[in-house]
Each structure stands twice: as structure tokens, then as C-alpha cells.
Design a binder for this molecule. Structure first.
Ligand SMILES: [Fe+2]
Length: 376
């Protein structure tokens, strides 16, 4: 029996120049937009000015909320909800990497709710409906423009986790590869490795379906074939297009299939040691793939064949092991301070993660101790 659920933004616009359709899309959804972006975004290039103009051309007023930080906190979302209400806004435009989209989606989903954000972070159901979100990614990484979750950090407890629900799905995703052309090499590498990890984990997840497999397979080959070029030659539009499409397809795959142990560990490790998400994914990926090898031999071999690097699962493993070095990424968690004394804080969070629960090989506490110990 075949059965599956497919989740996505209501509408996806992909291609160079699609950002110019923002005003038209927004005007169909509201009259006052809250633009949610990172702190430095208004000073970097003219993208925010260009988008604001696209909105005003179609009669949509814009209020700027340029307060999103890396690993965004619950407090940032609370301030964004206040800005949304104070500006009498009715639509959100989230522009940036995963953090800006996570904050924008959380503001949109919860802007009508009186409860504090901590209520939902503790697990309360996200109400329906929220306010519509238009998401424009400027990195090829999280696929957050089409996923029903928002990763946030409670700075009081240090806990980093997702809130999740279909209200968090953006109304419109506008994926314009030209928005990624100015992304510096290090961020291109981090976000690209995140997208690659998501494609591989969605492909091998216990939640994988016939449709998510199609998406994840295409995502993996596109990302694997273009990541190094995008890293070395950031202005190569063809490579940027492959990366943007690959990360979008990986986002669509994981929105339905979920992920695996890399992401289960990445949240507690990232929160504790303040490691960029893609960086921690890159370090963990070869180790987790080795751990999963016997459960995924056939699918790893299929990926290797599609990528044109060999016919065996080991060929993919070898390729992934070399990737961090080729992208000049740190290869050791010890460099970020991983120590055995912290295992009791990391492991329970990793085991309770929905991503870990979808890992193709079941994971025990002892498995995680053995996996992490050589990395201290
Ligand atoms: Fe990720």
C-alpha cells in the first residue's frame, strides 16, 4: 500500500528575477507588510530597498523589523509580534537565511494569539489560522520557505528546538537564485552543507515516501554537483540556481519525510556550543552516515550512482568525508569545546528529537555516547 502526505507553501515561485513579483503577491494578501530580516540586512546591498519598492508599487505599506539574530530567540519573536500589532500589519515578508524565515513564520503563525511564545515552545498546539507569510530565502540552505516548522532558542534555558504545525507553512515561497549571488563563501558552504544533509536525511528517513524520495534524490544530485562551484565562484549564476533549487527540493522532501540523527544532534550541540547549524551538520554527517550504513546501504548506493561517483554505498561515504576539507569547514567538535561532561545535557535532547525518531537506524543512549566520545 502506498500512502503519503505532501506539505508545502501554497504557491512556490522559482527562478531568477521572481523577487520582482513580491508586490503583486503581497497585495493579494494584505495592505501592510512587516518585513522580517537580519540585523545587517538593510545595510547590505539594496535588496531590502528593492523589495520595499516592489511592495509600495502595488500599494502595500512596509514596516521593517530588522532584528533577527543567528539562532533566534523566543524574545525576538515576541518583539516581532509586538511590531506586527503596532504596525497594524496583515502580511509578513520574511527575507534572509533560515533564522529570518523561522522568525517570520513564527510571527505569522502566532500574531493573533494572546499566549506567550513559551506556551507554544513548551508544546501547545499552534492555532489556525495565522497571518500569511511570504518567504524569500537568501541562502540555499534550510528550505524553510516550504517547511512547517520554526527553530527557536529559549535563552533562559539554552534549549533550541522546533515549534511545528501547518500554520507555520508560508503562504508563498519566492525562491530567486539571484538573491544568493552575494552570499560569502563561508555562509555558502555552511548553508549548502545543511541543504545536502537535509536531502540525504530526508531520503533515508523512516518517514520517506515515494514522493519525498523523488524530491530528495534530485535535491542531493543538484546540491552535490554545484556546491563546490558556488563556494569557489559565488557569482556563477548556474551553480547558484542548482543550489537554490536543490535546497528548495530538500525542504519539500523534509517537510513530509522529516530528517534523521544529524539534525537530532545538531540542535543541542549548536545551542550549547554556538556552532553555526550548517557547520555542525557538516561535522556530524560522515559519522552519522557511517553509523547508519547497514540500514541505508541500498539508498546510499543509489545516491552515489545518481551523483556519478560510484556504485557502492562506500563511495558516497568517502565523498562526504572529503567534503568538509574541500569547503574549508572545521571537521572536529572538539574545536568547539565538546566534552564528555556535557553528554548528559546533549543526549536526552537528541533522543527526544523528532528528527532522531525518524533516523533509519534506531538510536540508543549508548549509541550516542559511542558516537560522540571520539569527537571530544
Ligand atoms: Fe538543517
Amino acid at each position: 500500500m502506498t500512502s503519503f502526505t505532501l506539505r508545502s507553501a501554497r504557491e512556490i515561485l522559482f527562478g531568477s528575477g521572481t523577487r520582482h513579483q513580491l508586490g503583486e503577491q503581497a497585495s493579494a494578501l494584505g495592505t501592510r507588510a512587516l518585513i522580517v530580516c537580519g540585523r545587517g540586512a538593510p545595510r547590505r546591498g539594496d535588496t531590502i530597498a528593492e523589495l520595499t519598492e516592489s511592495l509600495s508599487d502595488k500599494g502595500v505599506e512596509a514596516t521593517l523589523f530588522a532584528e533577527v539574530e543567528a539562532e533566534p530567540s523566543l524574545d525576538t519573536v515576541e518583539r516581532g509580534r509586538e511590531a506586527f500589532r503596532a504596525g497594524d500589519c496583515d502580511v509578513i515578508v520574511a527575507i534572509g537565511g533560515g533564522s529570518a524565515m523561522d522568525v517570520g513564520k513564527a510571527i505569522g503563525a502566532l500574531s493573533g494569539s494572546p499566549e506567550p511564545l513559551s506556551h507554544f515552545f513548551a508544546g501547545a498546539e499552534i492555532p489556525w489560522p495565522g497571518h500569511p507569510v511570504i518567504a524569500l530565502p537568501t541562502t540555499s540552505g534550510t528550505g524553510g520557505e516550504v517547511t512547517p516548522n520554526s527553530v527557536l532558542t529559549d535563552t533562559d534555558t539554552g534549549r533550541k528546538a522546533s515549534i511545528r504545525g501547518h500554520t507555520l507553512l508560508p503562504e508563498v515561497a519566492i525562491v530567486d537564485p539571484e538573491l544568493t549571488l552575494s552570499l560569502p563563501p563561508a555562509q555558502t558552504a555552511w548553508s549548502g552543507v545543511d541543504a545536502l544533509t537535509q536531502a540525504i536525511e530526508a531520503y533515508t528517513s523512516t518517514g520517506a515516501t515515494v514522493v519525498s524520495d523523488l524530491l530528495a534524490l534530485e535535491a542531493t544530485t543538484r546540491i552535490a554537483g554545484s556546491l563546490k562551484t558556488a563556494y569557489l565562484s559565488g557569482d556563477d549564476l548556474a551553480a547558484r540556481e542548482h543550489m537554490a533549487l536543490g535546497s528548495l527540493l530538500a525542504g519539500l522532501a523534509l517537510a513530509s519525510a522529516r530528517l534523521g540523527l544529524v539534525h537530532g544532534l545538531a540542535h543541542p550541540l549548536g545551542a550549547l556550543y554556538h556552532i553555526p547549524h550548517g557547520q555542525v551538520c557538516g561535522i556530524l554527517l560522515p559519522h552519522v552516515m557511517e553509523f547508519n550504513l547497514e540500514s541505508c546501504r541500498e539508498k546510499y548506493a543509489r545516491l552515489a550512482a545518481e551523483m556519478g561517483i560510484g556504485a557502492e554505498a562506500e563511495a558516497l561515504l568517502e565523498w562526504v568525508k572529503n567534503l568538509n576539507g574541500e569547503l574549508a569547514l572545521t571537521e572536529s567538535l572538539a574545536d568547539f569545546g565538546l566534552q564528555e561532561d556535557d553528554f548528559d545535557r546533549i543526549i536526552p535532547d537528541a533522543l527526544s528529537s523528532g528528527s532522531t525518531k525518524h533516523n533509519p537506524r534506531p538510536v540508543t543512549e549508548q549509541d550516542l555516547r559511542e558516537l560522540l566520545a571520539p569527537m571530544t
